[in-house]
Design a protein around this ligand. Structure first.
Ligand code: SF4
Ligand code: SF4
Length: 305
């Protein structure tokens, strides 16, 4: 029997109901905070740090000072000084509740497995009818392995389908403890070029390649390639990725995820620089040409996930 500890807590920064992507059927995507990568194109930059992040929108602030008075950590000092972020923020959300103009937003909240399961239960009927369930995403869900395991165990005990989007960057023992609780892994493979991978994502491709071999031994895996102009969006790069995927036993499908800049506006709010500014999306016909390359290498291929 799969017993779980539903008081285990993790830091969740969002949930998205009624998704028809990222796995079969109707799903809820649960986004966990924390990621060891820092991909230049990341569309969820608020997910990278593990701690909750407080976002301040100075254009909305009327300078009433209510938030300053309520923060027991004493970290809100001068609202008009600009963006506020502090390692000392415990994510209590008190300042947000007193702000009369919604100038503050909190990205990340500590939640119990039980609390997340109660939210998921609202859509249980849809999971059952459609063969759907939960997809944990991030950030990198393997950054919070204990929470991921307990959450997935609870979902599996209810018969819901479980999937995970992952960069594959984690310690081998983490891979081996989490993956058996998944029906499907959506594994990002970004490039075979070690130097370029390090420059654009901040980490080594070698660990990801080793883990990919572990993951495919443990559960069904679909490979996903974020297709990024100036990084890997060429026929040659995609072919090299396909050659690696051929070594992954049982992988039949590759998704090409087209670059988009939907996350750009978040960078400014977070006080971060968006390095991909002015990079344009890849035209549909070029994506189709890359899809053809993948199919010629013997894989099923889909644009998008
Ligand atoms: S969320 Fe809580 S700890 Fe963080 S700044 Fe607001 S009141 Fe202070
Ligand atoms: S409570 Fe809201 S409006 Fe008032 S100072 Fe704080 S952020 Fe600005």
């Amino acid at each position: 029997m799969n017993s779980s500890n539903n008081k285990t807590t993790g830091i969740v920064f969002d949930t998205q109901r009624f998704s028809v992507h990222d796995g079969p059927g109707i799903r809820t995507i649960v986004f966990l905070k924390g990621c060891p990568l820092s991909c230049l194109w990341c569309c969820n930059p608020e997910s990278q740090k593990m701690n909750p992040i407080l976002i301040f929108q100075s254009s909305k602030c009327i300078g009433c000072g209510r938030c300053i008075g309520i923060c027991e950590q004493g970290i809100l000092k001068g609202q008009k000084e600009g963006f506020i972020e502090s390692e000392k923020c415990i994510g209590c959300g008190k300042c947000i509740k007193v702000c009369p103009v919604d100038a503050l937003m909190l990205k990340g909240q500590r939640r119990t497995v039980e609390d997340v399961i109660n939210e998921l239960k609202k859509d249980e009927i849809h999971y059952r009818r459609s063969g759907g369930g939960i997809t944990i995403s991030g950030g990198e869900p393997l950054s919070q392995p204990n929470f991921a395991i307990e959450l997935l165990k609870e979902c599996q005990s209810k018969g819901w389908h479980t999937a995970m989007e992952t960069t594959g960057y984690a310690k081998p023992e983490v891979i081996e403890s989490v993956i058996p609780h998944l029906d499907l892994v959506l594994l990002d493979i970004k490039s075979m070029d070690a130097e370029k991978s390090k420059k654009y994502t901040g980490v080594s491709i070698e660990r990801i390649k080793e883990n990919a071999q572990r993951i495919v031994q443990l559960t069904k895996t679909v490979v996903r390639v974020p297709t990024i102009p100036g990084f890997n969006a060429t026929k040659q790069e995609i072919k090299e990725i396909c050659n690696f995927v051929k070594t992954l036993q049982g992988v039949e499908t590759i998704h090409l995820l087209p670059y988009h800049n939907f996350g750009e506006s978040k960078y400014e709010l977070l006080g971060m620089t968006y390095e991909m500014k002015y990079i344009e999306e890849i035209p549909k016909e070029e994506m189709e040409a890359l899809k053809k390359v993948v199919e010629e290498q013997g894989f099923q291929c889909m644009i998008g996930g």
